[in-house]
Structures are given as structure tokens and as C-alpha cells.
Design a binder for this molecule. Structure first.
Ligand SMILES: [Zn+2]
Length: 234
């Protein structure tokens, strides 16, 4: 899946919806954190491998690292690991954002099918974890357009959340390749994307922690740094 280092260029930067809808909610596209601090947001997507989701949850629990999962609830991993994840979600150390129910290219769907993809995923998270995924949407593959943005905003997702750096593990990589990507991309104020799909990343957690410490980075969830008022279009 093309969820690599940089998101599709045409979609980078803040935008506003061109076609006013009834509610006319403005859309913001983000790929970095505000300000110039020492924060990094690790955002982990999909969850096609239940053992990898479990390993990420234990990694967060044991290290204190703060994570945002952009889950597809069609994957049983988010049900399998609910007991492990729930305390982390309740404390705010782990956050969920919406990545759609089943990972389609949203540009190819009708308005109502887009809405269903978002609603169904949100309903799962609310029922299972008691929290909302709003207002953050990561469109699968980073693919979105003005129509997708408008429907998403109307559903409560005015923040299209892309990334500025990737562990590259939407493809099958070796642990060494993942670490090399981490060295390239784990930098202050970045939103970095990873995936809970392949086990290699679970072999480099200690080295990732070392890198975070060496670079004096502080991991944050998106809720930690984005107050609603900061998300109006630039
Ligand atoms: Zn994805």
C-alpha cells in the first residue's frame, strides 16, 4: 500500500472545502504538529495482524510511549485485544482516529458509502472502548479529494490527518529497514505513520525507544497537542 514517507503531494497543506454544504465545516489537512517543540506523534494504522496489535499495546504499556491508532475495525485484532488496550485508552495514552471500516479508496465511493465507512468504524470504537475517533480521519492510502473532505467534515471529521515520515512497514520490510526509516523520519514535530500489519516492527521496539531517548523526543497523541481551536484552516 502506498503509505510511505510522504503523503500524496497534491493533498499536502491546509485546504478548505470548495462546495459549501449545509453545515459548511472547514477542513484542515495536517501532516505535522504545531509549534517547534520536541514532540513526535506515532500514528499506527490498520491492524491486520492481531499479534502485532497486541505487541504494540504491550509496548505502549511497558514503555509509556503514547500512540494514536488509525484502526480499521473490520480487522478482528481490535476486538481480540480490547482488554489489553482499554486501560490505555481510558488513561488517554492511546487514542483512536478513524481510518474507515475496511480501507477503501474513499474517492471511488458514493457520498453515502463514505459516510457508512466512517460511521461503522466510529460505532465500533464507541461500543468497544467508549471513546470517539472524531475529529481525525486518515483516508486510506492518503487518498482524498474535495468531495471526500466535505462528506467527512459533515460526519464530524474536519481534520484530514496525513503524515510526514513513515516506518515504511505497509510493505514487508526487515527490522533493519524499519530502523533505517525511523532514523530518517523520527524528528521533532512530525506525524509519523506505521502499521500494525507485519511482525518485523515488533523486533525493533527497544531500538525505537533508544532513538526517541537519544533525540530527546516526547511522544504525544493527536489529542495531546491539537486543541480544537488550533484546527481552523491556516
Ligand atoms: Zn491504512
Amino acid at each position: 500500500m502506498p503509505e510511505e514517507g510522504l503523503p500524496p503531494a497534491a493533498t499536502a497543506g491546509p485546504t478548505t472545502t470548495a462546495t459549501p454544504s449545509a453545515r459548511a465545516t472547514p477542513t484542515t489537512v495536517i501532516s505535522r504538529l504545531p509549534g517547534s517543540g520536541s514532540e513526535v506523534a506515532l500514528t499506527i494504522d490498520d491492524g491486520t495482524d492481531s499479534a502485532v496489535v497486541a505487541a504494540y499495546a504491550r509496548f505502549a504499556r511497558d514503555s509509556g510511549v503514547r500512540l494514536t491508532f488509525f484502526l480499521n475495525a473490520v480487522n478482528p485484532s481490535w476486538t481480540d485485544n480490547a482488554a489489553l488496550l482499554r486501560p490505555l485508552v481510558e488513561s488517554g495514552q492511546v487514542q483512536f482516529g478513524n481510518h474507515t471500516w475496511s480501507h477503501p479508496d474513499l474517492r471511488t465511493l458514493t457520498d453515502s458509502a463514505i459516510a457508512t465507512q466512517l460511521e461503522k468504524n466510529e460505532r465500533f470504537v464507541k461500543r468497544t472502548y467508549g471513546v470517539s475517533t472524531k475529529p481525525f480521519l486518515r483516508p486510506p492510502y492518503g487518498f482524498h479529494d474535495k468531495r471526500v473532505d466535505r462528506v467527512a467534515a459533515d460526519q464530524g471529521y474536519p481534520v484530514i490527518t496525513l503524515w510526514w515520515g513513515s516506518l515504511g512497514d505497509s510493505a514487508i520490510l526487515t527490522p533493519a529497514q524499519i530502523l533505517a526509516n525511523a532514523h530518517t523520519w523520527l524528528l521533532p514535530q512530525r506525524i509519523v505513520i506505521g502499521h500494525a500489519n507485519h511482525p518485523a516492527v515488533t523486533e525493533v521496539y527497544e531500538q525505537l525507544l533508544d532513538l526517541i531517548r537519544e533525540r530527546r523526543l516526547r511522544t504525544v497523541t493527536l489529542n495531546d497537542v491539537f486543541a480544537t481551536g488550533q484546527l481552523s484552516p491556516a
